[in-house]
Each structure stands twice: as C-alpha cells, then as structure tokens.
Design a protein around this ligand. Structure first.
Ligand SMILES: [Fe+2]
Length: 280
C-alpha cells in the first residue's frame, strides 16, 4: 500500500527562485536562506519519496480572475513551468502521477470535498521554488509530483480547518492506494508578509514562531485561526499558511519535528521551513 512518510513546510518566495536561477545563492543576502535548507536536501536523499503531493497556490499563472477553483488537483502526466513574466524558470518539467491523482480524486470527492480536476496546467513559483529548495538544480526532478492548488488569492479562501480536513481526506486516499509508494506531502506559502498597501513589508515574528511551535504537536489550535486574524497578524498574504494545514492534516497525529528554520527577511517576507516525520 502507499504510505505517507512525512511532510515538509516551506515558504515559496519567488525571489528565492530568481536567486537560485541567477547563481546568487552564496551572496551575503541569500546565503543564510539557503543554509536553512541544507538539512532537507540531505534528508530527502534518504527519505526518497516516490511521489510528493505539493500543496501550493497559483499566483494568476494557470488561473485568473476568470476562473478560481478553491481546491484544484493536478491529474496530468506533466506540468510545464509557467511563464510569470520573465520566461519560464529554467527548471525541469514536473512529472505527475495520473494514476494516484485519479485515485485521490475518486476518494476525496466521494469524501465530500469538491476538488476541481485539472488535466492541463502550468505550475508557477509556488510549486517550483519548494522543489528547487529541497532538490537543488537537477536535470530531472527525482520524484513525481501531484499539485494541489489552493485558492488563497481571491477571498474567500478556504478556512484553515477545511484545509486540515482536506489533508486528512488525502491521507485516507493515499493509504488506500494499492501500490507500494513512498509519498510525502508538502505545504507551502507564508509566512507573514504583505506585498501592498500601507502595511507593505509587515512581518510578525511572534505570530510565525507560534505557528511553527504549534503545527507539530497542536495543529487543531491553528485550525481555529480566522481569516481576519491572519490578515491582521500576518499581513494580506499570510493567509497562505492555511496550506501548511493541508500538509499537517495528511500526516499522523504524532509527528517528529526533524528540522526547523526561520529567517527574516527574504524579499520582504518571513521564510519558515519545517521537516516533519510521521511517528507510529
Ligand atoms: Fe505565494
């Protein structure tokens, strides 16, 4: 049977991708950011997931204001990197796992989560920057990836609780898939940041660190954070953190935090990162 072995949470700041692609990782501004990912890069070599279910949000690349699914499941065999205005990132095409994705659709939709099935989709920095942070710059990505795109761009975004429960439904789906696959779930986005308006540049380190403290042992507490609280405490883009709760819901009740990293600032945002391993 397929098995979820652990999870990774990470910010997906676009400037991190640009720093990597332009060979700036050793510059004094970026060096501490990339240092925080050395553990994950080592660990993933042993953990070797066959498939990563990568929870992220699209930033008006594949979707626009014309069509905004709350939860979209990538069922295609391939997902090309999106052109976000400067040409597509020079990263490999993302290979999907259509069979497992179809199984997840079947299981999760019958579990009363109305996923949008997406058979053709370009993937933007929200998905490719986490892959680059963990896998570096390989010729091919060493795992298959099932994108799960969550709308956190246009209000109303789903609640943290809804995201957490979606994660549980994904776990049930994966655990009922007959093939022996090592599966990992990644939650991306955040942490506190605001890109526009009078509070642009807002970063709330106590809020972020509380989130990092709680998501391992007490995720239910975080599921009760309301949209207004995210907006007030973590800025207009802080709502991206609900995507970490999809990842957490997909893991066991007990997890071990293998690595924790927090760094401010990276392109006006707070970077947070966790590596979680399932226990039991
Ligand atoms: Fe984002």
């Amino acid at each position: 049977m397929a098995k979820i072995i652990g999870g990774i949470a990470t910010s997906h700041v676009p400037a991190i991708g640009a720093a990597l692609d332009n060979g700036k990782t050793q510059e004094p501004y970026w060096q501490p950011v990339f240092k925080g990912y050395e553990f994950a890069k080592e660990w993933i070599q042993q953990a070797k997931p066959d498939v990563v279910i990568l929870v992220y949000n699209d930033h008006a690349s594949a979707f626009s204001l014309e069509l905004i699914p709350t939860f979209a499941l990538g069922c295609a065999a391939e997902f090309p990197p999106a052109d976000e205005g400067w040409g597509p990132r020079p990263v490999p095409v993302v290979k999907g796992h259509p069979e497992l994705a179809a199984h997840i659709a079947q299981s999760v939709i019958l579990d009363e989560f109305d996923l949008t099935i997406v058979n053709k989709m370009a993937v933007d920095h929200g998905l490719t920057v986490p892959l680059s942070l963990v896998y570096g710059q390989p010729k091919e990505w060493p795992c298959q990836v099932i994108p799960v795109a969550v709308n956190v761009v246009q209000y109303p975004a789903p609640t943290g609780n809804r995201c957490y429960n979606l994660g549980k439904a994904i776990r049930k789906a994966v655990e009922s898939y007959p093939e022996n696959l090592r599966v990992m779930v990644w939650g991306t986005g955040g942490m506190s940041h605001q890109l526009q308006g009078p509070r642009a540049g807002l970063i709330n380190q106590p809020f972020d660190n509380h989130f990092l403290d709680q998501i391992g042992p007490h995720p239910e507490k975080l599921t009760r954070i309301e949209h207004l609280e995210y907006l007030r405490e973590s800025g207009s883009e802080g709502i991206e953190m609900v995507m970490w709760l999809v990842m957490r819901g997909a893991l066991n009740e007990n997890v071990r935090v293998l690595h924790r990293f927090y760094h401010v600032p990276a392109s006006n945002t707070a970077v947070g990162h966790l590596v979680l391993e399932n226990v039991g």
